[in-house]
Design a protein. Structure first.
Length: 134
């Protein structure tokens, strides 16, 4: 149970981990930042944080099931290509950062686990594989 992210809820209460990631890692890595790029990042952040609030979890502490439900919502309004390019890959990189950082307890990326365990996340993941196999 100690590896389950929800055991760290108190550590993340009131902290906007995703915005901190954007400000300290994502934006500096992609400078200069265009208005379009910032709008895309905001769109992902808004969508993900709202979804996670609806799941009653902090946005940095997702389960693979939380990710699957979000992917289902995404595919109700966009194609797998848009779901991957606009949303999934940005959130995936956020969780990769959390996993690589010694300041966070993340030992796994819930987006990757969702792609292994659930159909809709797998469908979006397949788009990633398609892009990388070209």
């Amino acid at each position: 149970a100690r590896y389950r992210l929800e055991t760290y809820t108190q550590h993340y209460d009131g902290v906007d981990t995703l915005q901190r990631y954007y400000d300290e890692v994502y934006y500096p890595k992609h400078e200069p930042i265009s208005d379009w790029m910032e709008e895309q990042a905001d769109r992902v952040g808004t969508s993900w944080k709202k979804h996670m609030a609806d799941c009653d979890h902090h946005h940095a502490l997702a389960t693979p099931h939380d990710v699957e439900l979000w992917c289902q919502k995404l595919l109700e309004s966009c194609s797998p290509e848009t779901a991957y390019k606009t949303y999934f890959r940005r959130l995936y990189s956020f969780y990769e950062y959390l996993q690589d950082s010694n300041q966070h307890p993340h030992l796994y990326n819930p987006l990757l686990l969702a792609a292994v365990e659930h159909d809709t996340a797998y469908q979006i993941w397949q788009y990633r594989i398609k892009l990388r196999s070209k």
